[in-house]
Design a protein around this ligand. Structure first.
Ligand SMILES: Cc1ncc(COP(=O)(O)O)c(C=O)c1O
Length: 459
């Protein structure tokens, strides 16, 4: 089919997600054609380096035949059967493998078809768990400002992004949001404060919220190891250890939402490993299959299963495509590649270089802060580095979406520009990237940011 025909059909029939469709009355829809390793090609044959791994997904890169072969083999044998009162080999094997990778006694795996469903499942599980053990009043959730946890009504309610919550109010009751760990902008961070002091202060915001709400009514705290939205907020020293202590003190579940951070994004199978804490539940998706098929999971500590081991008790929750055989086969093949090619080792070996390259951009006047870990970084753009003066709403739109984004795209770098908090460029390349690809990303950023800095200087 020609590009013209596809454009016409896309304009008429396709509803793209989180996309201003009106923009495409006058602009071509970017249509991607195929991918190979760290690169993606559009319908015109133009090559781009995939600096965001699709959407924090393509850990092992594009076009891996091993995975399509594993999917084909599985669908030939058993294309679909639910894991409701039945099971199948791919789901069993994958559950056991995830339990082996997961920290401590996170041994029980509930499959979903994506990240929002994993978050939704985790909230439902803790609510039913507390009901089963007689703590009926516990249903509330605490999460952080700006944090993204998905779009289904439960997950959306946990979400700390006012802009995408407000339209859908009233939301599911019982969610509360506290300060995140944005050390660059947080009012909790003061001159000369150490990372550890900041970490303790941020953790105590959670404790304060628990006490205000009434500890006996709070069910869970949902946190990402590195918070994506707002631009890769890393946890300060000691933060997760203090949050764990607080959760234990009040008998509250700690849910590590690792939809982005699991499967190598931070150089470890799970973000909790990197930051050395044991959550009660891990929610994950995306990199579990590297995007070759949709799949998510909620991984739980053993004790969470206990009330459900009685014959008359069932977790009242299920999803038709959760643990789809083809997706589980894709995940197994994906994880085989992780092991065969030492994907985690590649991230560990190169993340220092990646950080150094990005921090090298500090010589550009609009680069205010570079933050992140592993292959997951955000670059905050500022109008004035000395005063941290923010762009006005109109300036932000012009700089971020009318200038920066198109220029990066034109130069062949796919990444994400985000204004949900301060303006940031986000980078999360495939985990197979080596020094050459990381340098290529830095070069494009340097060229474009230098051009944009000249425009900003004349504002
Ligand atoms: C931390 C986190 N949780 C949940 C989700 C929702 O996942 P999905 O889009 O697969 O529903 C995302 C998506 O980016 C995420 O980053």
């Amino acid at each position: 089919m020609t590009n013209e025909k596809l454009q016409e059909l896309a304009r008429k029939h396709l509803w793209m997600h989180f996309t201003s469709m009106g923009y495409y009355h006058e602009h071509d829809v970017p249509i991607m054609s195929h991918g190979e390793g760290c690169y993606i090609y559009d319908i015109h044959g133009k090559k781009y380096i995939d600096g965001i791994a699709g959407l924090f997904v393509s850990q092992i890169g594009h076009g891996r035949k091993e995975i399509s072969e594993a999917i084909a083999k599985q669908t030939d044998k058993l294309a679909y059967f639910p894991i409701w009162n039945n099971a199948h080999q791919p789901a069993i094997e994958l559950a056991a493998r995830l339990a082996e990778y997961a920290p401590a006694d996170l041994n029980r795996v509930f499959f979903t078809s994506g990240g929002s469903e994993a978050v939704e499942s985790a909230w439902k599980l803790v609510r039913q768990y507390y009901t089963e053990i007689g703590e009926h009043r516990r249903y509330k959730v605490i999460s952080r400002n700006l944090a993204y946890h998905g779009t289904t009504m439960g997950a959306l309610s946990i979400n700390g992004l006012t802009a995408i919550r407000n339209t859908f109010e009233p939301l599911v009751p019982g969610t509360f949001h506290v300060e995140n760990t944005d050390a660059y902008n947080s009012h909790l961070m003061t001159e000369g404060m150490s990372s550890k002091e900041f970490g303790i202060k941020c953790a105590h915001e959670i404790e304060r919220a628990i006490e205000i709400e009434g500890p006996e009514t709070v069910a869970a705290v949902f946190l990402e190891p590195v918070q994506n939205s707002g631009g890769c907020f890393v946890p300060p020293d000691g933060y997760f250890q203090e949050v764990r202590r607080i959760c234990d003190k009040y008998g509250i579940m700690l849910v590590s939402d690792e939809v982005i951070c699991a499967f190598g994004r931070l150089g470890h199978m799970f973000g909790a490993d990197r930051y050395n804490y044991v959550p009660d539940i891990i929610t994950c998706a995306k990199g579990l299959t590297s995007g070759y098929a949709p799949l998510g999971a909620m991984i739980c500590r053993d004790f969470l299963m206990e009330p459900f081991l009685k014959e008359d008790t069932t977790f009242l929750h299920g999803i038709t495509f959760g643990g789809h055989p083809a997706s589980c086969a894709a995940a197994m093949a994906n994880l085989d590649i992780f092991e065969k090619e030492d994907i985690l080792g590649n991230v560990k070996r190169n993340e220092g270089l990646f950080k150094e390259l990005l921090e090298g951009l500090y010589d550009i006047p609009i680069v205010g802060d570079v933050r992140g870990a592993g292959y997951f970084f955000g670059i905050e753009i500022v109008k004035n580095k000395a005063t941290k003066e923010a762009f006005s709403k109109d300036e932000m739109k012009d700089i971020l979406f009318n200038l920066l984004s198109p220029k990066l795209y034109e130069k062949g770098l796919i990444c994400r520009t985000d204004d949900r908090g301060a303006p940031v460029i986000q980078l999360a390349p495939p985990l197979i990237c080596g020094p050459d690809e990381l340098r290529e990303i830095e070069q494009i950023l340097r060229t474009v940011l230098t051009e944009v800095a000249e425009v900003v200087a004349n504002l």
